[in-house]
Structures are given as structure tokens and as C-alpha cells.
Design a protein around this ligand. Structure first.
Ligand code: FES
Length: 154
């Protein structure tokens, strides 16, 4: 069941959107903020509350890579794999992250500290290669910066 706090936040967002469909992504973000990710059960609760089908909400979540449909670590790293970042060293960056964290793309470290996910363009191509950790954008990445950045997330 959605909590009172979640319902309050969803209702506040509702005022800014013309349809329940449009507020779906915001509702999922709210629930994710409270629960860490959006399980099938959470998705059903949101769909029911907004009067939407579970399928349409799930479809919207698929196209929005910041909705996590599986449990994630304490910090989520999104690594951009679009063109500019590819050209500017995406592969080395990915390899270094995978080596340091000992995980593959889509996986979470054993201690639950980090989840590493691929992402399409993060809108900061001029700073390629780029990754986002939680809400923080890190650009112009090179092998020296990675360790320092990871150390900043407890
Ligand atoms: Fe990586 Fe745009 S291509 S931020």
C-alpha cells in the first residue's frame, strides 16, 4: 500500500500534469525515493492509485532509465555509452569501473555500495566521457579521477 507520505507527494505532482498517464513517471520516482527501487508490487500500487494499467506504467519505466525495476546499491553509477562518450574513452572508463568495483554492467557490488548501469546520453557531451553517481555529474573522466570519485561515496 502506498504510504500517506507517498500519496501526498504524488497528489502534489498531479496538480502539475494534465493526465494520470503523465504523472506516472513522477509517481514512480517518488516511490523509488522512499523504497530504493520500484518492485512489481510497488508498480501495481501506483497503477491502481492513478487508475492506469500496470502494463502502461511498466512500459514508461522501461523507457526511463532512472526508474530502477530491480534492487540497486546505495549509490547508482550511470555510465554514458552514447557517441561522444564512446569516442572520448567510454570503453576504458567502463573497464576501469568494472575492475575497481569487481562487477559487470547491471550488477551491484557485494557490499551493496554501488550499482553500475549503462545510460544513453546524459546531456553533457562536451565533458565526455561522463558518468552520474546518484545526482552528481562527473565529466572529463580519466583513470586518475575514477578512484578519487568512488572514494567520495561512502
Ligand atoms: Fe555522453 Fe552525451 S554522449 S553525455
Amino acid at each position: 500500500m502506498l504510504s500517506t507520505e507517498e500519496i501526498k507527494a504524488i497528489d502534489a505532482e498531479r496538480a502539475h500534469y494534465p493526465t494520470a498517464q503523465a504523472v506516472g513517471i513522477e509517481a514512480m520516482k517518488i516511490v523509488q525515493h522512499h523504497r530504493g527501487w520500484v518492485s512489481d508490487e510497488s508498480l501495481r500500487e501506483i497503477a491502481e492509485y492513478l487508475g492506469l494499467s500496470v502494463e502502461s506504467l511498466d512500459g514508461a519505466a522501461t523507457f526511463y532509465n532512472l526508474i530502477f525495476r530491480r534492487p540497486v546499491g546505495k549509490h547508482v553509477i550511470l555510465i554514458c555509452d552514447s557517441v561522444s562518450c564512446w569516442i572520448m574513452g567510454y570503453e576504458q572508463l567502463r573497464e576501469q569501473l568494472q575492475t575497481e568495483l569487481k562487477i559487470g554492467l547491471g550488477e551491484t557490488t557485494q557490499d551493496g555500495r554501488f550499482t553500475l548501469l549503462p545510460s544513453c546520453c546524459l546531456g553533457a557531451c562536451e565533458r565526455a566521457p561522463v558518468m552520474v553517481v546518484d545526482q552528481d555529474l562527473h565529466g572529463d573522466l580519466d583513470s586518475e579521477k575514477i578512484g578519487e570519485i568512488l572514494a567520495g561515496y561512502e
